[in-house]
Write a protein that binds this ligand. Structure first.
Ligand code: ZN
Ligand code: ZN
Length: 321
């Protein structure tokens, strides 16, 4: 199984403006100087090798994650990152896609009109959803007012598939199961299982329920999990003032990963207001917090004594499982 993050911002895409680029450039220059790199070539080589910030920029597209196994290509959500995913899919000659929708907030469906295969005959999009009103909410994109083309004018074929909560869908050797996340209007996470490896897309989720008792039936999904893509839009200090907004913070994910033995925790759905500098700080704080708590779970981490691997998601991040 592989994972590719095409969109890791939450709420709204963020553009790399001139002033943002200058801020990044200055960050890199300062860091390179601190690390003793002096020439442009040295800095360039160090950047390519991931030695100076990795990544330098987290990206600006909203939620879209590709998950593939053997010849099955899936996506979770169709945020603005779905546009570039479609361009690559066309170049690769892919004809059929399986898209799992967590919920229909705008940042998760806005990329659909710009996914090229939807406009080209011979391509098929299977859209899987738990919300009963998903087809209507998604078709709003093509009402003839918000986008020039109407639903009936699309060249590709789109088929909706109503999912039953907790009931797996089998696509080839890949099994996908929806479960409940805490989010206004409802959002559903998806657990992917293939060849003994597992991955969860856990966005959008506030993780108000965290204890085993509170999680109830959803607890089982986090057990024996290899990788969790976790909604960490806000810093811990921001969370209280954003109660009920539907997003979470890195330390809550760390607690969950430590307790349940989740091997690799990736933070995503970055706030559009978060600068790269803030995202790096959030990551450093999460690592510090994890190391301070790791000693409380000796049995869970006996075979991986350094604890869960923590990582910030960025547009373009690819992981092989
Ligand atoms: Zn969102
Ligand atoms: Zn949402």
């Amino acid at each position: 199984m592989y994972i590719k993050c095409w969109g890791t911002r939450g709420s709204l895409p963020v553009a790399t403006t001139h002033s943002r680029f200058l801020a990044l450039f200055e960050d890199v220059a300062n860091q390179a100087r601190k690390m003793g790199f002096n020439t442009i070539n040295d800095v360039s080589d160090a950047l390519k090798a991931g030695k100076i910030f990795n990544p330098v920029a987290y990206g600006g597209n909203t939620s879209c994650t590709e998950v593939g196994h053997e010849n099955v290509k899936c996506f979770v959500d169709m945020g603005s990152g779905f546009r570039e995913a479609g361009t690559v899919a066309i170049q690769q000659g892919n004809k059929e896609f399986h898209i799992f929708v967590t919920h229909m907030h705008w940042d998760h469906i806005m990329g659909m009109p710009f996914f090229i295969p939807i406009h080209v005959k011979g391509h098929k999009l299977n859209i899987y959803h738990v919300h009963k009103n998903a087809p209507d909410a998604i078709k709003v994109n093509f009402n003839g007012i918000n986008f020039p083309l109407t639903w009936d004018e699309l060249g590709g074929e789109v088929k909706f598939h109503q999912l039953t909560l907790y009931k797996p869908v089998e696509l080839g050797n890949l099994s996908i199961t929806p479960f409940v996340l805490d989010h206004p209007g409802g959002s559903f996470g998806y657990r992917f299982d293939a060849a003994g490896k597992s991955f969860i897309v856990g966005v959008d989720g506030e993780y108000k329920r965290v204890t085993p008792k509170e999680l109830g039936k959803d607890l089982a999904f986090y057990k024996n999990l290899d990788v969790l893509l976790f909604d960490a839009q806000y810093e811990m200090s921001e969370l209280a003032s954003r109660f009920d907004w539907g997003h979470c913070s890195p330390n809550i994910g760390v607690d969950l990963a430590l307790r349940e033995g989740i091997k690799h925790l990736i933070f995503t759905h970055h706030d559009p207001w978060s600068s790269e500098e803030k995202l790096r700080r959030m990551y450093a704080n999460a690592v510090k917090y994890m190391n301070s708590q790791l000693g409380s779970y000796p049995e869970v981490w006996a075979s991986q004594p350094q604890g869960p691997t923590l990582q910030m998601a960025y547009d373009g991040l690819t992981i092989e499982l």
